[in-house]
Design a protein around this ligand. Structure first.
Ligand code: HEC
Ligand code: HEC
Ligand code: HEC
Ligand code: HEC
Length: 185
């Protein structure tokens, strides 16, 4: 009852009219919303670095290619990517990687290109993906109001490594060095 009174009271001019939410942005008026595309997708880092110190990558197809010269990594060989440590529920490599190593796949076997990795994440993390779509998870740069300018959203793998997606613990910083005014010097 009190709540109801408060609500009606709020409606009687207490609310700054400039703060009222506007009409939804029409598609035609809106600037684009793009998702950042990480350069690491579908690439194996080598120890060789470019001038900026970024590791130079090798595409999967170099070794997992379809023809005789590249098909040597045919699934019969010794374990190779031993640097990959999987800490992601109880998933196996092939839960996400297709037997065609140049792409990923959904649970029903539908292929997914590395560029569309978010589709893969969304399949198993529907609730988080919903929050992401609404802007409540994953952060963004640019404009809330897309009438004013474009928006750039982060990719899931900008923050979560697909093989070990747990987000690192935040390191607490030292407390502020406030002087205790009551302390005697
Ligand atoms: C330098 C060559 C090379 C490159 C580049 C490479 N692979 Fe491999 N990969 C191998 C070899 C060798 C194996 C060992 C098994 C085999 O013979 O298929 C392997 C195995 C795998 C396996 C199976 C692992 C297992 O334990 O069953 C996956 C998954 C895989 N690669 C994914 C990828 C993906 C994804 C990329 C690109 C992002 C990639 N590979 C790039 C050489 C390579
Ligand atoms: C949850 C899904 C998922 C699982 C499970 C998974 N991967 Fe991946 N993997 C990915 C995605 C997505 C990428 C591309 C992301 C990137 O390169 O930043 C990738 C990239 C790779 C790469 C290239 C980049 C790198 O880290 O070297 C290799 C090699 C690879 N995976 C091998 C494996 C192997 C071997 C396993 C099992 C031990 C495995 N993956 C399990 C999703 C998965
Ligand atoms: C095949 C299903 C599947 C796919 C695909 C998948 N995940 Fe997961 N994910 C899981 C499971 C299962 C867990 C473990 C849940 C648990 O332990 O409660 C998990 C856990 C997580 C966690 C929580 C980790 C933690 O320990 O706190 C994050 C973050 C995550 N996944 C992100 C991703 C991202 C990003 C992708 C896409 C690259 C992805 N997942 C793809 C099934 C999946
Ligand atoms: C800007 C960085 C960022 C991006 C982008 C991002 N996340 Fe997260 N995610 C986080 C943080 C931070 C947490 C909280 C970790 C915690 O509480 O320990 C989290 C938690 C999660 C969890 C675990 C939730 C739980 O309850 O344990 C899942 C699953 C997840 N994210 C999936 C995704 C998926 C799927 C995407 C892409 C659609 C995505 N995230 C994009 C930063 C991000």
């Amino acid at each position: 009852m009190v709540l109801l009174l408060l609500l009606t009271a709020c409606d009687r001019g207490f609310v700054d009219s400039a703060r009222k939410s506007g009409a939804p942005v029409a598609e035609a008026q809106a600037h684009p919303t793009t998702v950042h595309q990480p350069l690491t997708l579908g690439v194996v880092d080598t120890p060789v670095q470019d001038a900026n110190g970024t590791p130079i990558g090798v595409a999967c197809v170099t070794c997992h290619g379809p023809d005789a010269t590249t098909a040597w990594a045919s699934g019969e060989g010794e374990p190779f990517h031993t640097g990959v440590k999987l800490e992601h529920g109880s998933l196996a490599c092939n839960s996400c990687h297709d037997t065609d190593r140049t792409r990923l796949h959904l649970a029903d076997g539908a292929p997914v290109a590395f560029a569309d990795t978010i589709q893969l994440c969304a399949q198993c993390h529907g609730a988080k993906y919903d929050s992401y779509t609404h802007g409540a998870h994953g952060g963004m740069n640019g404009y809330w109001d897309t009438r004013r300018g474009p928006r750039l959203k982060n990719h899931c793998v900008d923050c979560h490594a697909p093989h070990a997606p747990a987000y690192g613990q935040v390191t607490p910083v030292f407390p502020p060095a406030d002087r205790n005014p009551l302390e005697e010097h």
